[in-house]
Design a protein around this ligand. Structure first.
Ligand code: ADP
Ligand code: MG
Length: 237
């Protein structure tokens, strides 16, 4: 039997919030479909990383998360795997009516990495992922979005452009991830983030990840998340 308190202490894990689901030890404890388990095995991910052990059961239970952990800790799979489960739980999938999962990241490079990781877990279930960031002409972007998608991975600026052009809507979106929130604020994306959040139904599930929690990010979390569980892994400034 895992002593949760001792385990968390050993990894400098702090969790706060009410009714916190128990951490998992293995991917097999998450109730994933065989399709997802195979996709995880294909990545040679043997065990969940410490942030994944904590965050997966929380996200799978539908709760909001503030995740604070340094780069390289495996945050992407911690929000993508539950996102795929969330989407597969929907009674109807209508790609043309807009994405269900929306991920915002600060830069094109980071968004692209998330896009690649999302495809690994979404495609085996037949879900479509669209990339909405610089590097593709706006013309090609519009064409690609016409096809529809279940997941959008975006930088805030380009996503706002596409929303203005009505290339997609957020009407169906119910799972929002704000990744590297502190960097998005550093890059001046606060107004865009607030606009995007404002276009997504308030009963969505929201996950915010950040390496640090400056006051402005703390305020956004307070305003945009509902009864979040805060998971901090490691010594974070
Ligand atoms: P972060 O977003 O916290 O910086 P990433 O999600 O980019 O971290 O993951 C860092 C690296 O760890 C990636 O190469 C990813 O493929 C790998 N990784 C993620 N989860 C696991 C796991 N459970 N086991 C092994 N490697 C993993
Ligand atoms: Mg990351």
């Amino acid at each position: 039997e895992l002593d949760v308190t001792e385990y968390r202490k050993s990894l400098a894990i702090r969790v706060s919030g009410f009714d916190v689901p128990k951490p998992v030890k293995n991917f097999a404890d998450c109730g994933f479909s065989n399709v997802l388990m195979n996709a995880i095995a294909k990545q040679s991910y043997e065990k969940p990383t410490p942030i994944q052990c904590q965050a997966l059961p929380i996200a799978l239970s539908g709760r909001d998360i503030i995740g604070i952990a340094k780069t390289g800790s495996g945050k992407t799979a911690a929000f993508i795997l539950p996102m795929v489960v969330h989407i597969m739980d929907q009674p109807e999938l209508k790609k043309e009516e807009g994405p269900i999962g929306v991920v915002c990241a600060p830069t094109r490079e980071l968004a692209h990495q998330i896009y690649l990781e999302a495809k690994k877990f979404a495609k085996p279930h037949g879900l479509r992922v669209s990339a909405v960031y610089g590097g593709m002409s706006k013309h090609d972007q519009l064409k690609e979005l016409k096809v529809g998608c279940d997941i959008v991975v975006a930088t805030p600026g380009r996503l706002i452009d596409m929303l203005r052009l009505k290339a997609l809507t957020m009407l169906r979106a119910t799972y929002l991830v704000l990744d590297e929130a502190d960097r998005m604020f550093d890059l001046g994306f606060e107004p865009q983030i607030r606009s995007i959040v404002g276009q997504i139904r308030p009963d969505r599930q929201t996950l915010l990840f950040s390496a640090t929690m400056p006051r402005k990010v703390e305020r956004l979390a307070r305003e945009c998340l509902t009864d979040p569980i805060r998971v901090t892994v490691g010594e974070v400034g």
